[in-house]
Design a protein around this ligand. Sequence first.
Ligand SMILES: [Zn+2]
Length: 292
Amino acid sequence: MSPLDAPLARAVLGAWAALVGAVLGSFLNVVIARVPAGLSVVRPRSRCPRCLSEIAWYDNVPVISWVLLRGRCRRCGLPISIRYPLVELLGAVVGWLAWNRHGLSPEAGAEIALVLTLVALAFIDLDTWLLPHVITWPLLGGGVLASALGWSAAPSLASSLWGAGVGWGAFALLSWGGEKILRKEALGFGDVWLLGGLGAWLGLGALLPLVLLASVQGSVVGIVLVLLGKSQTGERGANEARPAGDEGAADEDWVPPKNAVPFGPFLALGAIEWLYGAELLARAFPALGAFR
Ligand SMILES: [Zn+2]
């Protein structure tokens, strides 16, 4: 038994991993808020999203500060979204899980990088209906690199490269074909790069199950949203969908359809579920075992 396996050492290391995760989650909140606006994630220091006053370090402790301040800014007293402590808590869970699954290792670091990047992309897509290239391109490159080093969940570098290529190609074809047939954007190119990145990190075999997981859950949520917002049914959403062709100009005044959700968060969710739960899912649905 290595000294790191003693119960006390395990508890301390686990707590430390969770703390590192929470701090990364705190940084993730900055990424989610600033990257879509094209702002630096380093400067200026954290500010209240309402009154823009700088937040002191003692008011910026992950989760704890939000609870102590009862979700309000110390200066202006306006509410601060529960999403901030939630993302920090998520970071803590991801950090602890990575340490529990891989110990203190580069694999743990790579897993944290992957999952937290997906969390950031999911929230950015929910906010803005965009998956910025400044995040999806490094995601794809990082996936290939991590797989070459044996740090990713992809079984081999070949599987990672095939996963990236087939993931990107399949969604690119779907995006292009959908636009030709439906005369409107069926699948954004952000999703194309995202699936390429997921293939790079998880390998070729993961593509089909994760797209299946994403589609099923996306459909369920979509149907529930339409049922809840009875006054505006899917028809209005369809009419308001992003027009095909001339990207730049059309994107400026494009308004997200009512009662609709972007697909990116579900791709991220499906990937995270497959990453942590492939074994469990394959046991529940033996047909999925072939993709592990
Ligand atoms: Zn404030």
